[in-house]
Design a protein around this ligand. Structure first.
Ligand code: URA
Length: 209
C-alpha cells in the first residue's frame, strides 16, 4: 500500500483555512493554492535521490550532496490542478508538465477524459499528479490509469483537500501510488462535493461559476 500523508504543518493548516473561507478573493485563492502546492512539494520531494559531488569552498575541498538529477514530471488534472503547478515548479523548475483533461459528468459524477499529453520520456520520470480536490477518487484514479497507460511508473498524487471516500477509492485502485493531502475532510455531500471543503476549486481559482 502506498503512503498516505496528511500534513499537520501549521503554515499549511492556516493557508487551507484561508482557502476554505468563502470571502477569499479569486486572486488570494490562486496565491494560496500556489503557496500550499509549494509547501507540499517540499515534503513530497523528500525522497529525491542525492549523489556525492566534490566541490571547493573558499576554504577547502569538500564532498557535498546534490540532487542526482532524477527527472520529474508534474501532471495537473485540468483545470483545477493547474492551480498547484506553479508552486511545484518554483521548487523543481526543470520539471516537465503533462496535462490530463477530465471532467465530471454532472449526472453520473463519473470522469470523462478529453485531453492527455505527457512528456515523451514519462516512463523515466518521477511523476506528481496534482488536483486540489480528491472527492470520489474517480478522476484521480482515472488520471493515474491514463498516466500509467502512457508509461508512467513512479507516481505520487497530491491534493489540497481529500474526502475519506476519495482516499479509499484511489488507494484501492492504485495501491502503488503515494498520496499527499493538505487537509482530510469529513465526507461527500449528495452531489459529490467535499464537506466542509471549499466549494468548486476550479471556479474559485478562475473566478467562474
Ligand atoms: N471538486 C471540487 O472542486 N470541489 C469538491 O468539493 C469536489 C470536487
Amino acid at each position: 500500500m502506498g503512503k498516505i500523508y496528511v500534513f499537520d504543518h501549521p503554515l499549511i493548516q492556516h493557508k487551507v483555512a484561508l482557502l476554505r473561507d468563502e470571502n477569499t478573493t479569486t486572486k488570494d485563492f490562486r496565491d494560496l493554492a500556489k503557496e500550499i502546492g509549494m509547501l507540499m512539494g517540499y515534503e513530497a520531494t523528500r525522497e529525491l535521490e542525492l549523489k556525492k559531488q566534490t566541490i571547493k569552498t573558499p576554504m577547502c575541498e569538500t564532498e557535498v550532496n546534490v540532487l542526482a538529477g532524477e527527472d520529474i514530471a508534474i501532471v495537473p488534472i485540468l483545470r483545477a490542478g493547474l492551480g498547484m503547478v506553479d508552486g511545484m515548479l518554483s521548487l523543481v523548475p526543470n520539471a516537465k508538465v503533462g496535462h490530463v483533461g477530465l471532467y465530471r459528468d454532472p449526472e453520473t459524477h463519473k470522469p470523462v477524459e478529453y485531453y492527455c499529453k505527457m512528456p515523451q520520456d514519462i516512463d523515466k520520470r518521477k511523476i506528481f499528479i496534482v488536483d486540489p480536490m480528491l472527492a470520489t477518487g474517480g478522476s484521480a484514479a482515472d488520471a493515474v490509469s491514463l498516466v500509467k497507460e502512457k508509461g508512467g511508473k513512479d507516481i505520487t498524487f497530491m491534493c489540497l483537500i481529500a474526502a475519506p471516500e476519495g482516499i479509499k477509492a484511489l488507494s484501492e485502485a492504485h495501491p502503488d501510488v503515494d498520496i499527499y493531502i493538505a487537509a482530510k475532510d469529513e465526507r461527500l455531500n449528495e452531489n459529490a462535493y467535499i464537506l466542509p471543503g471549499l466549494g468548486d476549486a476550479g471556479d474559485r481559482l478562475y473566478g467562474t461559476k
